[in-house]
Each structure stands twice: as structure tokens, then as C-alpha cells.
Design a protein around this ligand. Structure first.
Ligand code: MN
Ligand code: MN
Length: 361
């Protein structure tokens, strides 16, 4: 069972008189570039408040593979924005899995599972990766070329069953993005390893499903451990907010929140106790971060629908909305808190709103 609260110690970063920024312009950053392929990251180095979650925007061109690697300190959750790609993954039980992904699909690789990601077809593939550790860097992964390139040839000879001279022309440094011909449309089977059964697959087709919830003013697709059992440490959401709609004031008792604006422009408010309040405007390609338990809202200020990818570092998402709190509290208490007359209190929300649509005027 998950321990519901990740830490109970004061965070020195958040103990000051003002909240630090919780915005990072991810797509405007440089990152690591190889031709038309790139990886851009948001870790505590780029966005110091984001201690619980790091993220990456990655694009791989046709014929390019993000090489075989694993992560020592984070699981990986991903959402495919455009194009198609194929992943391979090996787990500690020796099961291998090969999956093909379209835009709108999600994957989850538990910490330490070895994997690769390659572009499928003739168009580039772009995806957003999220890691359940803000200190995790995509440029510090355990990559197969880096490992083999630094291991003595005598050890490699024994391990591979080849003469030591066979390794003379292997890469000496991490390749990171490998280059080759686009892969066959039908993946060949691995030489050994049970293919995983669908019940614990690494792939989930998030946007191929109907929205999890539809409201006046928006829609939400959501996937956590209940829907996608392997995703024990992450829950992902696609939130569409119609023009002028507000994802109301709320907080998450058990998780941090990482945001990536896919389209549109939103205004995010953040409340950090002791009068500390901060507002950021996030445009497409920008990242936002809400620490566990902090009050916040997301409002679409544009005149078209805004789409936001939101990921929580828990498999079992929890939330308390302001309207839910108000509706669950006797009127006399609210009257005395806000020093308002009964007829004002009587107009407060009487149920959970979640999203508030723009009022027609
Ligand atoms: Mn990875
Ligand atoms: Mn939230």
C-alpha cells in the first residue's frame, strides 16, 4: 500500500515570505538537440519548486531511437502528443513487451525497467515524459552504449561470447539518440521473455476512451492505477477547459501536480499559506507545478478551448474542491467566517462544481 504522504518535513524552499515561481517555459528551452530530434527537461535545476516531479519534452525523427536505458531513481509516465512510436521494455521477471503508440496514448515504466523509444513511420513523434522525482535528469539515465563503452573488453568478451577484438568499434560514449532505418511496421518477437499479458501492460490508450468526466465548461480524461494497474505511482489527466472556464479552487492532499499546456493559454493561481499567493500565465509549451497540498486554480483566459496535461505523483488521485468544502459546511459557520448576511451565504455553491463555465452575458 502507498504511504499517503510523501514527506512530513518542512521544505526550506517554501518557507520564505514569498512563493517562488512555479512556471518554466519548457518548449522555449534549448535542451539536447540531434538534428531534428531533441530532449528538453524541467527538473529542480530549471524549476526549483518542482521537487516531486520532473518532465521532458522529446521529439524523435524517423529512424531515430531514444536508446535502451533505465532510470535508477524514477518511474517514467508518458503522453504521446503527435506521430507514432514503439517502445520495448524488460521487467525484473524477464518479461519483455513491445508496444506501438499513437497520439493520445500513455505509457508507464516502473523505476528500473529497461526500455527504448523509437519513431515509427515517416513523421516525427513528440511526447511528454514525466518522472516521479524532481531531481531526476533525462540526461543522467543508465544507457546501454555508455555502459558497454566503459566496460573492459575482456569482461564484454566473456559476457557476449565474442572475442575482445569484436568490441573495438563499439561506441565509447553514450549515443543517446541512435540513427538507423525506420523500423518494420510489424515488430519481430524477442528471442526470449514472455510477452506481457494485457492486464499489466505498459500501454494505456487514454484518448481512445470517452472522457472520464464531462462538465459544462470542460472535459477530463484520467488514468491512474485503477484503470492502468502498472501505473502505481502516477495518475495522468488531460483537461479541456472551454473558453472562459475555470477549474475551480482546490487542493490535492496526497500528491504534487505537474502541468504542461498542450494548447491555449491558462492562468494558474497558487496559495501557499501565510498570505503567500502567486499567479502565473502559462502558454502552450509551458510547465506549471503545484506542491502537495497547496491551493490552486486553472482558468482559461483565451477564446478557444485550452488543453492541459496534468500528472500527479500518486497512483490514487485525491482532491478537495472549494465548492465541495463550502457545500459540506453549515451556513452559520460560513456567515461568521466571511462576515456576510444569510442571503449572500445562501447563494454559495451547494454541490461540487469542479469546473465552472463562463457565464453568458
Ligand atoms: Mn526513459
Ligand atoms: Mn489540481
Amino acid at each position: 500500500m502507498d504511504y499517503p504522504f510523501k514527506n512530513n518535513v518542512p521544505d526550506p524552499l517554501l518557507s520564505g515570505d514569498e512563493l517562488p515561481t512555479f512556471k518554466f517555459e519548457l518548449e522555449k528551452s534549448q535542451g539536447r538537440v540531434d538534428g531534428g530530434s531533441f530532449g528538453k527537461e524541467a527538473t529542480v535545476d530549471q524549476l526549483p519548486i518542482s521537487k516531486g516531479i520532473a518532465g521532458v519534452s522529446m521529439r524523435v525523427e524517423p529512424g531515430v531511437t531514444r536508446e535502451l536505458h533505465w532510470h535508477a531513481t524514477a518511474a517514467e509516465w508518458a503522453f504521446v502528443l503527435s506521430g507514432r512510436c514503439r517502445t520495448t521494455v524488460i521487467d525484473p521477471q524477464g518479461n519483455s513487451e513491445i508496444n506501438d503508440f499513437d497520439a493520445g496514448d500513455v505509457w508507464y515504466f516502473p523505476r528500473g525497467h529497461g526500455h527504448s523509444i523509437e519513431c515509427l513511420g515517416n513523421e516525427p513523434c513528440q511526447f511528454i515524459l514525466i518522472f516521479d522525482n524532481g531531481y531526476f535528469s533525462e540526461f543522467g539515465t543508465f544507457s546501454i552504449t555508455d555502459w558497454i563503452g566503459h566496460t573492459p573488453p575482456a569482461v564484454l568478451a566473456k559476457n557476449f561470447g565474442l572475442p575482445a577484438s569484436a568490441f573495438a568499434n563499439f561506441p565509447k560514449q553514450e549515443v543517446y539518440f541512435t540513427h538507423g532505418a525506420p523500423p518494420p511496421e510489424i515488430a519481430p518477437l524477442p528471442h526470449s521473455g514472455m510477452l506481457r499479458s494485457p492486464s499489466n501492460t505498459h500501454r494505456y490508450r487514454l484518448m481512445a476512451n470517452a472522457p472520464y468526466t464531462t462538465f459544462r465548461g470542460g472535459r477530463e480524461w484520467r488514468v491512474g492505477a485503477d484503470e492502468f494497474p502498472i501505473s502505481t505511482t502516477m495518475t495522468g489527466v488531460i483537461l479541456d477547459l472551454d473558453a472562459g472556464a475555470l477549474r475551480e479552487l482546490h487542493w490535492h492532499p496526497t500528491s504534487d501536480e505537474w502541468q504542461y499546456v498542450i494548447s491555449g493559454q491558462v492562468q494558474v493561481t497558487l496559495f501557499g499559506s501565510r498570505g503567500r499567493y502567486r499567479i502565473e500565465t502559462l502558454n502552450a509549451g509551458d510547465v506549471g507545478y503545484i506542491p502537495q497540498g497547496y491551493g490552486h486554480s486553472i482558468e482559461n483566459l483565451g477564446d478557444t478551448t485550452a488543453r492541459v496535461l496534468i500528472v500527479f505523483n500518486t497512483g490514487h488521485y485525491q482532491v478537495i474542491d472549494l465548492s465541495q468544502w463550502l457545500a459540506g459546511t453549515p451556513d452559520y459557520l460560513l456567515r461568521d467566517h466571511f462576515a456576510q448576511a444569510e442571503n449572500i451565504i445562501a447563494q454559495f455553491p451547494r454541490e461540487d462544481l469542479f469546473v465552472v463555465e463562463k457565464k453568458s452575458t
